[in-house]
Design a protein around this ligand. Sequence first.
Ligand SMILES: [Zn+2]
Length: 137
Amino acid sequence: MSIFDLHVHTRRYSGCSFIQYEEIIDQAVSARLDGLALTEHGMRWPDEQFENLRLAASARGIVLINGQEIHARDARGRSEGEYLIFGVNRSMTKEKTASELVEVVHDEGGIIIAAHPYKLSRGGRSRYYGAGDLIYT
Ligand SMILES: [Zn+2]
């Protein structure tokens, strides 16, 4: 069995994170993870920067995956939740509906996962910060 954390942000590219990217490998080793995925908000790590980090992680026995987390919105700008995306080799825009994101990611051979679908919203208009029941449609 391998244990991965598939949802990691760094302070470098995500305002919600307090961890510097230089620390993530030590943290992963301490937590006895086999690997982790960087899933920054609205972007994918640039290939050259990511490759340096991947090599450093690999030298410590940690598999590093370059993903991204995209916030989907409907045509009126209402949240349709956040999604983790793997296997798409470019940063995706934030201006897509959830169904458009699923279609684009699948067309490009990637994987899309609803991030924290039932995380409760903190005072927003929608009940959930994540996809909520949209995961069933
Ligand atoms: Zn996140």
